[in-house]
Structures are given as C-alpha cells and as structure tokens.
Design a protein around this ligand. Structure first.
Ligand code: AKG
Ligand code: MN
Length: 246
C-alpha cells in the first residue's frame, strides 16, 4: 500500500471507530471519543474533551464571577488587558502597574479568591492524565472572559516557580484562534483553532512555550452569549509540585 493509501485507510477506520463510539456515547454507554492534535512534544489539544462537563463548568464559572467579578487588569507600562479576568483557587494571578504576581486574596475585595470548583479539579486531572501527566493538582485557575475584539499578546506562563506541572487550558463559548509559538518570541507561530469544549494541555518541554490568542470574532454562543471563556489551570505554589511526566 502506498503511504497516502495507508493514511486514508487508517483515517477511515479511525472515523468508523469514532462514529461507533460516539453513537454509544449518545446512548450513554461510554465517554465520547476525543480527537488529539499534537502541537509539539508535551503539548496536545484534546478536542471536545470538556463538552460533557461544559454545563457544570459554566455554572461554576458563574459562581466564581458572582464572588470575584472579572475586571480589566492594568499592566506595567500603562494600559489594561483586553480580556476581563478573575481567579479561583488558593492563589490567583494578578497584574497591575507594578508587575505580575500570584496573591492569596483578591485585591479588589481583600478576601480570599473563591475555592477551585470540583468540576474544574476533575477535568484538570482527567485532561492532564489523557495528555500524559499524572497527578496534576492545580492550586490556581485564571478565568479569562473575552468579548469580541479582545485578544492576548504572545507571552509565556512563567510566574510559577516550579515548571514540572503542566497547564490545562479549557475553552468555552465563542471559538478563538490560539497562537502557538516556540521557545523565543521570534519563533514562527502556528494558528490553532479552538472551540467550545476543547482542552489544550502543555507541559514538559512545552511548558514555557510562547503563546497568545488572536482577537475573538463576533458571534453568539447558545449558553454564554457573545463571550469566550478560558480557564487556565496551573500549579502556582513552589512546594509540592509533584506532577511528573509519564
Ligand atoms: O485564552 C487562552 O486560550 C489562553 C490564555 C492564556 O494564555 C493566559 O491567560 O495565560
Ligand atoms: Mn498563557
């Protein structure tokens, strides 16, 4: 068989297997099949991985928003983030004119960030395991709310002292184009479409890769309206970051 024919045969049988599994999933027998897009060593998009939990996740997001409303944080050098942000977990990521850091309390209220919802913890552990990282126990979740036009420039998640734990990043609501770069800001960027229910896990050699989000396009999501939500689950404390790559 030629390479192309072999690839076609493999693809067809995989589609058939997925179809059967998805049919069984509709009947409630098994979890739906998830397509995996490997971006780089240690980085994978698990397509539709959060769909089954999406309603519970959004209910929990709404409770977090009620306790710690999203806000446009200031950044050093002037200006504000175009995504509105808040946090849940023992630690929350904050930006202001003096820099970026984790805090135990919401600076807006002076009270601790809301606790990490169980639905977030379950999904984070399941997705990390599916991506090859066992025992992921996040202690911080940044909740980003993007209105159409909001974006996030290329950056690395580098405020966490221990880089052994991966990052689990959950997309809900409007679709977005994720920008996946390299080890330096000048490396070429791949545009990765992300939809409601997709989960990106990046760790190991990809943990400090540059990434960002292109401006979110106009649209309406049936549950969230004209909004994209991203949950970024991380291990932010230095101690006990025991997650290792399989
Ligand atoms: O919204 C996203 O998909 C990514 C967000 C992100 O990279 C961050 O908050 O650090
Ligand atoms: Mn990031």
């Amino acid at each position: 068989m030629t390479g192309a024919r072999y690839a076609a045969a493999v693809d067809t049988s995989r589609c058939r297997a997925d179809e059967t599994r998805n049919h069984q999933a509709l009947l409630g027998f098994v979890a739906p099949a998830t397509t995996r897009d490997e971006l780089a060593p240690g980085a994978v998009v698990l397509r539709g991985f959060a769909l089954a939990a999406a309603d519970d996740l959004i209910d929990a997001v709404e409770r977090v928003w009620a306790a710690a409303p999203p806000r446009h944080m200031s950044v050093p050098g002037g200006g504000t983030m175009s995504a509105a942000m808040t946090n849940c977990g023992a630690l929350g990521w904050v930006a202001d004119a003096s820099g970026y850091r984790y805090t135990a309390c919401d600076p807006a209220s002076g009270t601790p960030w809301p606790a990490l919802p169980d639905a977030f913890l379950r999904l984070a552990d399941d997705a990390a395991r599916a991506a090859g990282f066992d025992g992921f126990l996040p202690d911080a979740c940044l909740v980003n709310r993007y209105a159409p036009g909001a974006r996030m420039g290329l950056h690395r998640d580098a405020d966490e002292p221990d880089g052994r734990a991966p990052i689990v990043s959950v997309s809900l609501g409007l679709p977005a184009t994720f920008l996946w770069g390299g080890a330096t800001r000048r490396d070429p960027v791949v545009r990765v479409p992300l939809e409601h229910g997709d989960v990106l896990v990046f760790g190991g050699p990809s943990r400090r890769t540059y990434h960002g989000v292109a401006a979110v396009r106009e649209g309406v999501h049936p549950r969230l309206g004209a909004v994209r939500v991203n949950l970024t689950l991380r291990r932010a404390s230095a101690a006990d970051a025991q997650t290792m790559r399989r």
